[in-house]
Design a protein. Sequence first.
Lengths: 132, 80
Amino acid sequence: MNGFAIVLSSDELERVQAVSIMSSVAAASDIPVDIFVTMNGFRAFDKEVIENADFNGGKAAEAMLNADDVDIPLYTEQLEQAKTLGPLSIHACDMTMELMGKELSDMVDLFDGTLGVAGFLNVAEDKQVIFV
Amino acid sequence: MTEQTYSPDIVVDSREAACPGPLMDLIGKVKVAESGKVIELKTTDKGSKNDVPDWLEKAGHELLEVVDRGDFWSLYVRKS
């Protein structure tokens, strides 16, 4: 198993959380995972969005945010934990950062660095690619 | 309620945590535990009760027993 290369292009909480769950369990199980955060996916890692809990999403996101009987860690916490347990790398899309006028310092501290398309394709060449 | 039949070396209390919290907590402990150690995972998450055995099978660790304690489950695991 060469692992997964996940393109995260959505900021919908359900999708980001699902990516986080799958990536975290895979990486913790020693399956390499690279997440390429691009387009709207970038917004989900903006410090301001996290601090203000300004999430986009539908029914599942609403249920997750309103759950008071279970402890559901946000994707940022899951990914942080997973990075301590296994081979998980998170890359920010250079183009999106420029487009949005953002720097890595505007993002939560989870990124291993930035990549362009060619860089991501190099990372992904031996992995199963999942587009979200 | 079933009586406990294993004496764990390590207890992981993940009650109230949703998927994949219990599994992630267990993996964290399994990774640093010595071979042969018995770990008890406490979970209230039905999905994790079913998912953890699948992970154990793939990872090669032994599921010793699942005990229904009424308001939570105890999963006893032996690290390979």
